[in-house]
Design a binder for this molecule. Sequence first.
Ligand code: TXA
Ligand code: MG
Length: 383
Amino acid sequence: EDPTFTTSSSSQTGKAILLAAERLRSSDVPVAFPTETVYGLGADATRDEPVRNIFTIKGRPADNPLIVHIGSLKQARELLRPANASPTEQFEIPPIYKPLIDKFWPGPLTILLPLPPNSKLSPHVYATQTTVGVRMPAHPVALALALASNLPIAAPSANKSGLPSPTTAKHVAVDLYKRVELILDGGGCNVGLESTVVDGLSSPPAILRPGGVSLEQIRACEGWEGVIVHKEDGGNSGGGANGAASGAAPRAPGMKYKHYSPTCGVRLYLPNTDQPTVEMLKSTAFGSDSRVARLGVLRTRQWKELDDEQVEWLRERNVELVEDSLGTSGEEISRKLFGALRRMDDEQVVVVHIEGIEEDMEGLAVMNRLKKAASVVIRRRDV
Ligand code: TXA
Ligand code: MG
């Protein structure tokens, strides 16, 4: 059966959210819902069976923990409550997070909270960790779902493991066709990249995954001036047989896996490298001598759109271009990135050439995702 679609523009939205909340409570099949970052695949974080199903449906490694979504600070505090605590006892979120919560919740920020003894969360949520990642999403549908269900919602991105995260309901349907029964359609995701994951329990505090809140924004908060960006072995090129990168274990287990990649090859050009010439483009369209090969080009700030003559030169050599601009602002590039990568696969591109950006502000998260997607990174030649 096809997944049920509901649109945020219709008057049915409220009903659809209530239906999804009911499914979260009673069904073992997770439901997909929009957030401002990417679409999530959600389940009641306290029940084993639906949480286990998330891993099966996505093809996700069991050691990669899930983020728990909450709709209020009260819900967040409940996650800190040990099983045997008296109902009147209050539990406080570690004070280091206060300035971040004040500024960025609801929003694209995930904080690590200590797991209480005998947590009521399903252990599949936190896997091998002693913490749980918690986020209050800003999308009205996601917030309403968390409040209407009154459940902590465990939800990874609603893509097949390894593919770019979904930023439209259609992306979810393509990846998880027949594996989910309900997708709440909230339109395109405004941020377009996943949340920033921060650990304020370690010293110094650390960013485990760059995302929708920038390093600069976090560093401006009291107590976070010395924040470090946790080093990971980024990129797929150095990865092991199954795509797991070598090197020290990353603090956010998800960061070690091959990620965000379309099926086609990705050549990422770092800033200050030259735009590839048509000859260089042609040389990457291997196997194109007898039949037409498709090449992708994704521009950002500097590259010029190819002119008719260049397009024709390539066409004569059996190369067709799928070209697009990701925009110039960091926000726009973030928003468009995953959809543009998915389009390359839809159009059966063999290799996409992508113009990278500087790694400041939104550029840090954009380049983190692109380096993971890239099969080849082109750096500036020493002169
Ligand atoms: O924007 C987002 O964060 C989206 C939306 C749906 O909220 N969710 C998302 O989830 O991106 P997922 O599962 O695709 O990525 C979660 C990341 C992984 O890298 C995971 O390893 C890390 O967060 N993570 C989750 N809980 C953790 C924990 N307790 N300790 C360390 N890392 C954790
Ligand atoms: Mg993901």
